[in-house]
Design a protein around this ligand. Sequence first.
Ligand code: RAM
Length: 883
Amino acid sequence: MSWEPQVTDLRVDNLVEPLGLGNFRPEFSWRVTGSIGQIAAEVEVGPSAEFAAGTRCWTSGKVVGTRPFGLRYAGPPLPARQQMYWRVRVWRADGTETGWSAPTRFETGMGAAQWCARWITGPDVTAPATLYLRTELSLPGRVVRARAYASALGWYRLVINGLDLTAPALVPRWTPFQDYVEYQTYDATAALRPGANVVGIVVSEGRFRGKLGGLSRPARYGDQLAAIAHLDIELADGQQITIGTDESWTTARGPIRWSDPKHGERVDLRIPDPLCAPPADALPGGAVARVLAPHRRRLIAEEVERVTEVARLPATVSRTRAGVVLVDFGQNFSGVVSILLNGAAGDRIVLSYSEVLTPAGELDTTYLGDRDPARWFQRDEIILAGAPVRYRPAFTIHGFRYLAVEGLSGELCAADVEGIVLSTALTETGRFSCSNPVLERLHANVEWSMLSNFTDTPSDCPTRERSGWTGDIQVFASTAAILAGVRPYLRRYLGNLAAEQLPDGRVPVVIPSESAPDRIGLPERLFRVLSSSTGWGDASVILPWTLYWYYGDEDILGRQYISAQAWVDHLTRRAATRRGLARRLRCGVGAQEQFILDSGFHFGEWLRPGEALTAQLRDAVFAPRPAVATAYLAHSTRLLSRIADVLGEAGDAERYTLLADRIRDAWNAAFVRVEGARIGDDNQDDYVRALAFELLPPDRRAAAVARLVELIEAADGHLGTGFLSTAMLLPTLSRNGRSDIAYRVLHQTSAPSWRAQIQRGATTIWETWEGYDPAGKARRSHNHYALGAVAAWLHEDVAGLRPAAPGYARIRIDPTVGGELTWASSVLDTPYGRASSTWRIDQSGLDLAVEVPPGTIAEVVLPTGGMAEVGGGAHEWHWPPTP
Ligand code: RAM
């Protein structure tokens, strides 16, 4: 009989066997197999896997609770740089006990004062060149254990004896570099050997000195690339050796001349790689490293899975009419290529990447704004050394489907080139399938846009500005939480958000904010004006709530509480003290005016179909859409009151509840015209917001739903929502009794619609509904996940599987049978385990099959009416019931 583990998927801070943990009070989580849930659990931590008596350093004792997560280490302070083991056992509701799980490891990271290393840089510090640093190290014996702790100002790779320990990760990830930089921990045991060793670090621009944002402004955090590394080595005879970066290291020139995340790589393969060559003194451009002048940035441990290779894509190769070699990977994505290059020494190869082609079939290098193809950024240039080489860029990442290759002397075959998809190594948690392949393609497009933008930090697009726009992640966060295990990834984003929030509570519209305070120039100053925008800054409240709702993460509510309060308090103050232009011109609403938010910059609904960008920007500045802004203020205040409640802050909870009520009432007084039941500017999104944020009194909801439907019908079944409300449109319709209209919008095949994008060949979600102008020329980004938030509706309403309590402790299964579908299915890995909902309709009737994770309860809304409540396990229904 095979032995099946009863407790699986052990994680520490949601990571599998993390190395170099910065949090010394980590959280443990696991999954219980079978259908019977947990009623209590015990976690044990010790320095060895045996847990022999006396060696255990902590036990939680038997902790009563049904959640297989959220149990935190509370023993004696953990030492830094210490490998620990832990295991868990669970008591189930049926009185059985699982016994101890197999032990698993975690290791703490560096203590702040323990770095025996200094930040070092090269002699010509500000030159736009890659920095190669190296040292030689002689080891008198066999290495039994080695750890390397490293980071850089710029993206770096740690290379020991020619073995690259970092690739393909792009680290350190982007943080507010003026304050802190993440470091990585590596197991370097296998890379080191007795005798001579070469330890090297190569540093490129990265997000530290690379070109950032829409304006591609370089050096926003500093102009000196630098690195730091500390190695702890233990030899077989027990000897401990520590080395660190210092002025004994040397620098040299290397083949990567310059490499920018966005603008590509310049490589001269004729220059030998100094990290692979033995004698340092013979290296071209060799010099002594310099210690960086003192600075105040802290080193913190990384907390998130690194960027890695998640897939490889085959290519087709052709020649364009202009004679250019064109490679098509058949899928828009984020990453690099691996390509076989052949030619004479000194030959120059140029690789240009784009998401789209011109109407004439050439690579389009102007569609993202710049009319001058010479200024195209996604480009790698390689000078060959004479021998055939497989080239793959190291320190750049492109958003593309097509690659143009120039300068090859021979032919390129499809087998010579591959697309390498790079994304954060997140665990996929949500799968959707249904009878309509176009909707499956839509779901896949959303997944591709998420993969493409969940690299360094969640970005709007992987091409143009690649910025961490708050509004984009605000609308997409719940979709992301359904599709993948994004809890650490979004927690990290929120940590950066709080760190960069302005003293008055405003939130920069991009996080990280793309500039150190001492490097803020006029463009950054102008950009900062945007920090008051509702719908964007509300990420500070909506994201923590989303993580709580989908993962049961109470800790994040506590951690972000001050930040969330600062945002709401800022808007409340602004409403009370500043009167916007619009209000001065219109008739007021008396004493309630103090709750109307109509000053400051607000993007508003943003990018409604058919609205010109210039007009939207003008409105955002001069007519800041108080109906939208005040609705967000009411919504965030309401969420904040719930957050306060969860945190046990009773006084705050009451205060914010009262405030939310007042803002809601003022919003009703100012923007709802009772006669005719018109709201705001009478756009579709006005009704969606009103209903989704529950701003209307119950007796006005039906009229709002009716008007929303009327507007959609007047638009011949098309959506008219923009950036903010599209995600809420279909759930609002289906949860208010109009799933017929929701399906009509979903199945719509002419623009604006998701299916129109697919019919035009979209393999990702586009920034605009049309994607191309009438002449067929591409417009704006073709890889923006924001409008892809519709995938949440596929899971939560079409298949009908959604949380009814934080972390899916209670699940609501409420399928929406309809549309053109004959079956649909969502399979989710929730914090409690696998949940699924599958319905199928045919001549014999309707089937519903659900899977409920152990320890949870599902309330099932039966498609024929009525409710059933079921516990863990598989359940099925058939209508008409079989006798
Ligand atoms: C664009 C970005 C982003 C959006 C802002 C307002 O520049 O692409 O998606 O949040 O505008």
